[in-house]
Write a protein that binds this ligand. Structure first.
Ligand code: ADP
Length: 330
């Protein structure tokens, strides 16, 4: 899980230890009550909400995620539950506060909508939009490579979300297939702001990332004086695009040190068996440029022939069946 503490390489060496800590944290989460009553005051008036806990949606590094039914609004939502017992360290507490502060300030059609947060004696709860069709990671796991048309449609939505975040000074820093969710209508929602950060000025540079983001950019690995900025998200989107087109990530090896070595040189290739167009390959190569200053900004990404070429079709809509079987295009 990416919540293992410390700089990336060390965290990986301590993987065994981190794993058992993760297990301990998750065990500390008392199964939330079957019914939760909350009372919040918004602009002077009291609002009461009743949440009925349904099944578990999944587990993260720190959290368990359940589907809840909001009785008053007659809708289902996703609730991320974090045990207070796992927040004894100042650092863990700050991290959760940052996640909440950043996420709740973001309102965009392609970002998981943040509903509310509250606590009881045992847990902190973050309620958000339910994405019932899983994540892009689930989709690629069950289908392998997606069609180029689908990949293009999803990339456009991801760039859209990312431009919004960057416009508000937010770097997501953990964009990966597992953090991109599919809404009921199969459009995308970017979620999990656990590693996000807000820059106060465009010039500001970040020098540390806690944890081990999967799709880490080379300038984060070698956190030197220069630090990193918005370009790290472009790198991650390049990794996502490659993975959607090929069916597996570009820098996958059996050992992390080897993976980091490949990332530092942007060393990857397209297997001959994959049918990836020259335009798509060119865009992936541009986005996976080692030097962040030479990596295209998001506006340039959108002008690339992969999106603007004569045959650059995008799906008008997608059936939910596309999570497990390739859709048919007339
Ligand atoms: P991680 O820490 O692995 O990034 P999270 O704690 O954000 O994961 O979420 C844990 C799991 O809960 C996810 O892998 C996913 O299966 C599920 N999940 C998270 N958010 C949602 C959501 N908004 N709708 C549906 N499922 C979700």
């Amino acid at each position: 899980g990416h919540f293992a503490h410390g700089p990336a390489p060390e965290a990986q060496e301590n993987k065994g230890k981190a794993k058992s800590r993760r297990a301990q944290r998750l065990a500390a989460i008392k199964v939330p009550p079957v019914v939760i009553h909350t009372r919040t005051s918004s602009s002077g008036s009291e609002v009461t909400m009743t949440y009925e806990r349904l099944h578990e949606l999944g587990k993260g590094g720190f959290a368990r995620c359940f589907q809840f039914r909001c009785i008053e609004r007659a809708t289902d939502i996703a609730g991320k539950v974090v045990a207070k017992a796992s927040l004894t360290r100042e650092r863990a507490r700050l991290k959760l506060l940052t996640e909440i502060r950043v996420h709740r300030a973001m309102t965009h059609a392609r970002v998981v909508r943040f509903e509310s947060f509250f606590e009881d004696d045992n847990n902190v709860y973050m309620m958000m939009e339910l994405c019932p069709n899983g994540s892009l990671a689930d989709m690629v796991r069950s289908r392998g490579a997606l069609s180029e048309t689908e990949a293009r449609g999803y990339m456009l939505q991801l760039v859209d979300a990312c431009r919004y975040l960057h416009h508000h000074g937010i770097i997501h820093r953990d964009l990966k297939l597992g953090n991109v969710f599919l809404a009921g209508d199969m459009t995308l929602r970017v979620g999990d702001f656990g590693l996000a950060t807000k820059l106060m000025t465009k010039q500001e540079r970040k020098r540390t990332v806690c944890g081990t983001p999967n799709y880490i950019a080379p300038e984060v690995l070698d956190a030197g004086e220069e630090g990193h900025s918005f370009e790290v998200d472009v790198w991650s989107l390049g990794v996502i695009l490659y993975t959607m087109l090929v069916g597996r990530p570009p820098f996958e090896t059996r050992d992390v040190k080897q993976t980091y070595a490949l990332i530092r040189r942007a060393s990857f290739d397209f297997p001959p068996s994959s049918h990836v167009s020259p335009e798509a390959k060119d865009l992936v190569r541009a986005m996976l440029t080692v030097d962040p200053a030479r990596r295209p900004p998001l506006t340039a990404v959108l002008r690339h022939p992969f999106f603007t070429g004569a045959t650059a079709f995008v799906p008008v809509s997608m059936p939910a069946s596309a999570t497990s079987v390739a859709p048919y295009y007339p």
